[in-house]
Design a protein around this ligand. Structure first.
Ligand SMILES: *Cc1c(COP(=O)(O)O)cnc(C)c1O
Length: 377
């Protein structure tokens, strides 16, 4: 059997919307489809302003500018994350300060954040790993105490909540991804959610390449001119048209992914009960979005054996991430706030399984049986 790791799901309406964009002749950014996507996000996420971007990486870069992060400033984040979390701040000359993760959710250990704060700290970047919300309360408290900006890397968190609040809408700023490997997709794509009202106006200016173009079109200023730093962060209308079709089906997509996640969770319950592996843990006050199904094997060597066996069978299971503090660029640009034992231990033991809409119960059981054979054979 050959089972892809990811199989992008299309709703069927994407092509009609893309054709509509072509027919109306509006192809650049910030047109009718971009507005409809932003309205959808503002209505469903309840953020002050949603700005579509070409990627979550772009949204993080906008957030770094908005947070006023500059050379030598420090930004607290987990080491166990995708490179963009750190790169966005390194591009401003800032230093990522890596803290450890919690062994249950693999989210940044919120109790380690306070000790990582120095006089140079400007921002905290919690990453909602696997679409499972970080415990935001202590993070928000530390931020308030030291006047730090909280930027949620909610790349994996669309349609998930923490204490009923959508991920990406809890900190000052939130960043979503619509990359083809995420739940809701547009090939490449993302959004910056601006939750703090005072940041909304500047966010639009940075988004519009440092101009007041949006204010001009709203009639708030009589000249359209260069007023601040900025860059090209907008997706084209073709991308926004594709995305709108996905957003309109977001609940259905999430429900269907959840069915696959639940099937995995049930299938692996017995192996966990026998102490052969650990399944994901979802804390009580979070609603996840079935972004990812992973297993934690007893040690790195066992993980590698299971991975090799699945791949030999055509099942494209994968692992990630090389912890950033242990990467060449992470060593060059960042520093650690104390030892990171959970990060190192868990990264070596984690295995991600294929998860996409349409993966059958039969395929899930097949994967479980392969894993079981390696672990008990
Ligand atoms: C996918 C991902 C990103 C980057 O998203 P892009 O849209 O590909 O730029 C950033 N952070 C995390 C945690 C991610 O999973």
């Amino acid at each position: 059997m050959t089972l892809r790791f990811n199989q992008p799901f299309v709703t069927g309406k994407e092509l009609a919307y893309v054709c509509e964009a072509i027919e109306t002749g509006r192809l650049a950014g910030d047109g009718p489809f971009t507005k409809r996507c932003a309205e959808w996000l503002e209505a469903h996420a309840g953020c002050r302003r949603a700005l579509l971007t070409h990627s979550c990486t772009g949204a993080l870069e906008m957030a770094a500018i908005l947070a006023g992060v500059g050379p030598g400033d420090e930004v607290i984040m987990p080491s166990y994350t995708f490179v963009s979390t750190a790169n966005a701040f390194v591009l401003r000359g800032a230093v990522p300060v890596f803290v450890d993760i919690r062994p249950d959710t693999l989210n940044m250990d919120e109790t380690a954040v306070a000790a990582a704060v120095t006089e140079r700290t400007r921002a905290i970047v919690p990453v909602h790993y696997a679409g499972v919300g970080c415990d935001m309360e202590p993070i928000l408290e530390v931020a308030e105490q030291h006047r730090l900006t909280v930027i949620e890397d909610a790349a994996q968190g669309v349609m998930a909540t923490w204490r009923e609040r959508p991920l990406g809408t809890i900190g000052h700023l939130g960043c979503l991804s619509f990359h083809e490997t995420k739940n809701i997709i547009s090939g490449e794509g993302g959004a910056l959610l601006v939750n703090h009202p005072e940041l909304a106006e500047r966010a639009e200016i940075i988004w519009e390449k440092g101009t007041n173009r949006r204010q001009f079109f709203r009639g708030q200023v009589d000249k359209y001119t260069w007023v601040d730093v900025g860059s090209s962060f907008l997706p084209s209308e073709l991308v926004a048209a594709f995305l709108l079709a996905q957003l309109e089906e977001a609940e259905d997509i999430t429900r269907r992914r959840m069915a696959v996640w639940d099937a995995y969770h049930q299938a692996f319950a017995g192996l966990e009960a026998n102490g052969l592996l650990r399944r994901p843990i979802i804390p009580a006050h979070t609603r996840h979005n079935a972004h990812m199904y992973y297993l934690l094997l007893p040690d790195g060597a066992t993980r590698d054996r299971v991975l090799a066996d699945l791949n030999a069978d055509g099942v494209r299971a994968v692992f990630h991430y090389v912890p950033l503090h242990d990467s060449p660029a992470g060593k060059q640009f960042g520093r650690v706030a104390g030892p990171l034992p959970h990060t190192e231990n868990l990264a070596a033991r984690l295995l991600r399984l294929p998860l996409w809409v349409g993966l059958s119960d039969h395929q899930v059981v097949h994967i479980r049986d392969r894993v079981e054979r390696v672990l008990t054979g």
